[in-house]
Design a protein around this ligand. Structure first.
Ligand code: SF4
Length: 454
């Protein structure tokens, strides 16, 4: 079968679709670039906010419109929370809730048997199967969350924590490295909770608990694979023990100096009502320890604007704290009441207009903070993993786009003939133009990829 995959939402969703893509290709199917070319479209939905649910429905309708002959299979958090609404959407023939997501390849198999077997075998090679994102792979290491943040619907949609065994993940990273991936990003709903469900084995006399945790897993990947770059996705601030930062010193530059620490609010009263297990003082101490231990670390975060009961003074306090933390990137979300969460029934719901105003204020801080961080790094030379190439219409040289180790998107115009795709090269951060960070590829250090003697 020719299958089109589309994903909304978090990195975990992307990681799941990458893994599904690999399973489907291994089973002889072809992945195609557009719904119009597909026999089957698979959509991985999101429900983190009301807006995400709306976008999930809208995307499903768009897929059905662009190819009325394709069958539609829908999975993900929105499909789990609203299966009946999803099943009623046009062309939807299969709704797969999160707990059965890993069986998706199998669940699709009967559809391929309905097609002429020879036909799909013939189609597969012509359709140039490819896997999305050859440079960076998202590796799902756990699912679910045992915390109960009062705004969060994800715990309802994803269930309790389940972790994959260390050796299974190490084997996956070894395979990805052999396939040519330069970077893997460890993802999970609650990444810092990795291992919480694994058998600890009773600590023997005088011995430490043998339960694996994220430290164990990260150290094993670094020791047992040749992966050039390893990155951690979102980590809840309360999950990070002081010894965790030792990993960066031991990694010889392979563990990326970037942390995404969701703060959600910079006001202790709001954090308490959110049932977050961090406060501004502990967050500040964590950031100071991380910056002291990891050279050139950049930080990013998530913020919710207009949580129920957030007074104007609470919001101002939050804004000041965010400014102080100097994040390189901030994802700002307006608070969205989700049925089934504690916060949906809280008093003091903030009018939508005021939530929007607070989003605007946070985004203004996000922009100035991002600019200050990038300006402060100008002149540095950093390793960049180059991902894509565009050819601008104005005839200027090929435009490359890549990510620094500390998670800054950079652009560069390299000499014609210099093939940078899926390479890590040193690049000097040269200029900031609006929000575009320009880099200069250190050509002398690039001993490969020149074509045609350029
Ligand atoms: S830590 Fe909180 S916000 Fe994150 S998934 Fe768990 S309950 Fe949701």
């Amino acid at each position: 079968m020719k299958i089109y995959l589309e994903t909304l939402g978090c990195r975990l969703n992307y990681s799941e679709m990458e893994s599904l893509g690999r399973q489907l290709v291994a089973a002889g199917h072809a992945l195609v670039d557009a719904a119009e070319q597909a026999d089957v479209c698979v959509l991985n939905t999101c429900a983190v906010t009301g807006e995400a649910g709306r976008k999930s429905r809208q995307t499903a309708r768009r897929l059905a419109r662009s190819n009325p002959n394709a069958r539609l299979a829908i999975t993900g958090c929105y499909a789990t929370l609203a299966p009946e609404a999803v099943a009623a959407l046009p062309n939807v023939e299969l709704v797969v809730e999160n707990r059965r997501k890993e069986e998706l390849a199998e669940l699709l198999q009967p559809w391929s048997l309905e097609l002429d077997g020879e036909q799909w075998r013939r189609l597969a090679p012509d359709a140039a199967p490819h896997l999305p994102g050859r440079t960076r792979a998202f590796v799902k290491v756990q699912d679910g969350c045992n915390n109960q943040c009062t705004f969060c619907i994800v715990t309802v949609a994803r269930g309790p924590e389940r972790s994959r065994p260390v050796q299974e993940i190490v084997a996956e990273v070894q395979r990805l490295t052999a396939e040519g991936f330069q970077e893997a990003v460890l993802t999970g709903v609650h990444l810092g909770g990795y291992g919480s469900d694994q058998a600890s084995g009773l600590p023997a006399l005088g011995k430490a608990d043998s339960r694996p945790d994220l430290h164990t897993l990260t150290a094993a990947i670094l020791a047992e694979t040749g992966l050039p770059r390893l990155r951690l996705s979102s980590l809840e601030p309360w999950d990070i023990a002081p010894r965790f930062f030792d990993l960066w010193a031991q990694s010889q530059g392979r563990l990326c100096p970037h942390l995404h620490l969701p703060l959600q609010s910079g006001c202790d009263r709001t954090l308490k009502r959110m049932a977050r297990r961090t406060r501004t003082a502990s967050f500040r101490a964590l950031v100071e320890a991380a910056r002291a231990a990891i050279p050139d670390l950049t930080l990013s975060t998530d913020m919710i604007a207009g949580f129920p009961g957030e007074s104007a003074a609470d919001f101002d306090e939050s804004l000041r704290f965010v400014q102080e933390m100097a994040f390189a990137h901030i994802h700002v979300f307006p608070y969205s009441a989700r049925e089934g969460t504690a916060a949906a029934s809280f008093g003091g719901q903030i009018p939508v207009e005021e939530r929007r105003r607070r989003v605007g204020a946070l985004e203004a801080v996000a922009r100035s903070s991002a600019e200050a961080v990038r300006r402060g790094l100008l002149g540095q030379t950093r390793p960049v993993l180059w991902e894509t190439l565009e050819r601008p219409a104005n005839g200027a040289g090929p435009l490359w786009s890549g990510l620094t180790d500390n998670y800054l998107r950079v652009h560069a115009i390299a000499p014609p003939g210099l093939d940078l795709e899926n390479r890590i090269t040193p690049a000097r951060l040269a200029a900031l133009d609006g929000d575009v960070l320009w880099a200069e590829v250190c050509v002398d250090a690039v001993g490969f990829g020149l074509r045609g003697g350029a």
